[in-house]
Design a protein around this ligand. Sequence first.
Ligand SMILES: [Zn+2]
Ligand SMILES: [Zn+2]
Length: 243
Amino acid sequence: MNRQQQEIALRVAREVHNGKTKASAGRRLLSTEAKIPDGSAKIVIEVYQKMCEGSLFKRHLSRVDMTFFLQSFGGDGNAEELSRALDALRLHIRWRESDRVSQHGNREILAEQEARLADLLAEGVTSIAEVNREFQAKVALALVDNGDARRRRLAAAPRLPRKVAKLVYVYERSADVVAEVLAQSMGECNRCKRPAPFNRKSDGTPYLEVHHKILLSAGGDDSVENAEALCANCHRHRHFGVD
Ligand SMILES: [Zn+2]
Ligand SMILES: [Zn+2]
């Protein structure tokens, strides 16, 4: 298909997928409007449908058509939609390869599109520190607001918080660093030098928290040398207090 045919084919395949047009009417439209032979029209509509569902399609598309169709998924940062389309392509590749049909071209397309998917996913990712910073900025704003306005908002606010899923980066901290620093502390806070204020409910050991002197988010090492055991008060102080 040439570019113009591809665009018409995509539009019609979408309409069929959304239920706006019947598949048979879509095929007729493609042959009259875009001069796409009926057999090809049928294939395009079917493959597009399977891509939307993430299920196996048993039809062959040329490299340019395959790329064009996959490229239409994932607009507006919709990673899930692109991910499903790639599931469909993966199933197709596996199905062809089980019949020993080389899928070199499709594998290259898949790799390109997987890279695109990774970019889409990365755009939505934040960090816990960033989520906290955004919240603290809102608190600071709410504090300078006059009390009346704030109380009016409170009265009108839903009592149950909204729950949203966020994708965040987390550091995979070493459990050994934490254990070693706790063991070396002998139950004493490294800042105030007092014994841990209470023991853990779970195992009766002194409750101290392991803090990174140079924060991991600032590029600090996850090492015993860069870590210290602190009581909860001193830990908050290190993060938020004036020294
Ligand atoms: Zn302390
Ligand atoms: Zn800390």
